[in-house]
Design a protein around this ligand. Sequence first.
Ligand code: GDP
Ligand code: ZN
Length: 518
Amino acid sequence: MQDKRPICAIATAPGQGAIGVVRVSAPEPDIITALAADILGPERRLVARKAAYGPFLAADAQPIDYGLALWFPAPHSYTGEHILELQGHGGPVVQQILLRRVLQVGAAFGIRLAEPGEFTERAFLNDKLDLVQAEAVADLIEASTEQAARSATRSLQGVFSRQIDDLAEQLLTLRMLVEATLDFPEEEIDFLQKADAAGRLARIDDTLRRLFDTAQSGARLRQGLNVVLTGAPNVGKSSLLNALAGAEVAIVTPIAGTTRDRVIEQISIEGVPINLIDTAGLRDTDDPVEKIGIQRTWAEIEKADVVVHLRAADELAREDENQTPGETGQGNGKKAVPAIIPDAGTGSSPEQRSGQGQTGSAPLDISRLEAAIEARVPASARRLTVINKIDLVEGEGQLASGMSDGAPHAQSSATEILRLSARTGQGIEAFRRKLLDIAGFQPGQEGVFIARERHLQALSEALSHLQNARQHVSLGDQALDLFAEELRLAHQALGRITGAVTADDLLGVIFSRFCIGK
Ligand code: GDP
Ligand code: ZN
């Protein structure tokens, strides 16, 4: 099934660099011997895990480059196979020549170019890494913040896997008890009570829940928190974005959306990646380049975790003055934020507020745009209203941020209000902390490991099987086989995470560890 031919690849990043590495992995050592004889020449002797310097020879025995050869005999290598690394100068052309030379010499042994991730795949197949660790290798390489990198390393070290394995172990023990009981039905209730089946189940459930929470934070570190900034032109979206980015210099991922605005900016707050999405660039356009940026923006909006509606404090104050006194019934305090989003499907027509047409590259009407955004964000997204420019309004600085109660806002019940000034920086720290809080992080939080959507799905599947199991155990003995089945499914879901479980391994464990004659 598995294609076990020798593989090779340039292992270093494309482009110019100080060093470039061509890597070969092969299940049998004969190809390594051949490569050494033809490319390293007769003078150079390979010693396991010791660097050997010299020329890399072309077919005509002329040197292609000079560098180090490193040999890792199986099984003590990354892949668990025999590995040869040729470390030369990091020029793309010289690396290609060296790679072609390796392919040429290795042809007799069936060598081919490696698929992406294939070295790591072989490491997994040879039990050098489990699935979680193999994934962590990729996540470490892709990490966009320090926290994400540290967490990936933690997964790579096996922190996540060990917790999964521990849980799987506990589940297995419980399953053995239950399955053994199934064989002796007349004693089952007594037996399960003595074995504290319910207590064991509750403890497993508890641990699994905590693991799920940590994994969720870990997944967040991989994907980042998607924060969508909406609001009329000039409320300060770009300024807020800059204020947040400026507070902690971050890796920036500019996506050329419009000619003027950067659409998505990734910043890092305490090491948690935050993707800030400025919706100002969303408009009808015929420009193909702009269109790509706009599509990308919509795709990110569909994954929004937070939608921030920006308002400008000075404009709110002006709107207030135009209100008939007494109308709000709130006396003299600052009026709550008025609705800026038309109720979907009601008579309120966005065009009424818009004097502009929708052709060419005209900006979309803001209320229509916000309605379109609301229609696309997931139901789970949190809503924040940010009142910016509080420096322009007398007395606003003292107002604490908090929940809006009774505000006539479209999402009133779920909307929190924060007041800040992107210009003076007042309130920015509170906003940063709010985002971290939504992302599920406390400042300085330790012990998070990187995780993926796949892991979360398996964990939540395991959780729901445990929940079913709980119901069966409370129903009593008739449901014992169902109880056993739910435990098996939960166990299987966990096993899928590390790639450990195969369908048949259970029986062997039962017979080797459980004394049925007792
Ligand atoms: P956007 O169109 O929503 O991206 O708004 P900008 O960030 O471009 O800001 C529009 C204008 O408001 C600029 O002149 C900013 O300098 C100004 N501005 C933004 N935030 C603040 C603030 O907190 N206080 C004051 N006084 N001006 C601000
Ligand atoms: Zn802007």
